[in-house]
Design a protein around this ligand. Sequence first.
Ligand code: IPD
Ligand code: CA
Length: 259
Amino acid sequence: MSDFFRVCDEIADAVTEISEELAGTVAGAEVVGLGADGTPTKKIDRVAEDCAIEYLKASQICSLVISEEAGKVALDGEHGTVFLDPIDGTFNATRGIPFFAISIAFAVGGKVTKGYVRDIPHGESFSAEKGKGAFIGEKRIHVSKTSTLHGCAMSIYGRKFDPNRIFALGGRVRRWRLLGASALELCYVAAGRIDGFIDIRETLRVTDAAAGMLICREAGGIVTDANGEELTFPEEVSIGRTIVATNGYLHGKVIEYIR
Ligand code: IPD
Ligand code: CA
């Protein structure tokens, strides 16, 4: 196991302990500041982030962390950037809905080469290294083979003021699921549990998506923006993008409805 994945496992174990104490509690949901992404920071976000950054600092695996609440934090490692979302799916975590994750991606020269997502309540770890496939634990995973909208299951998010594109697509799919933790929903596409994850609100940030995108692609999925074009993120947690992640077979069909 590379140093990166070993450190990710250690961080995820420590954040799991934090969540056992704070998830679903009033204390965990307390607003303790405003995050670098422009949204309120809850206590569970802050405690998990402080803990994860301490581990990253001690491990020296990167020279920069870009994290949802703290923004950019320079560290002592030689090179590499870590994109960190300490708790993806904060609403679920604060209400005690057992679907939230920690997401950690490693990039060199602007390219993400390693991704790790731990489903905190269930203890499943999703990981991928560029060119080496995607895994849950040690087990290789692949996207589904579903090729029709009328047979597929997808999570689809849109803005309230632009419902047409969303309902056009939502009305065609067999099962519409909104799970509330985008890093994990990308991993669910990777594992073939759902056939697509679509979010056209322009609110998805690099910290939410960097690890899950690599995991999805390494499992055979396709990930683009809502126009079917290459999806690139600036290294800024305040900037949001659209995303369409599918098993590949459905990609063109999805883009037709939402473009
Ligand atoms: C949120 C989750 C959620 C998505 C929101 C994100 P956060 O991340 O990924 O699924 O719908 O847009 O902000 O804020 O809980 O880390
Ligand atoms: Ca978060």
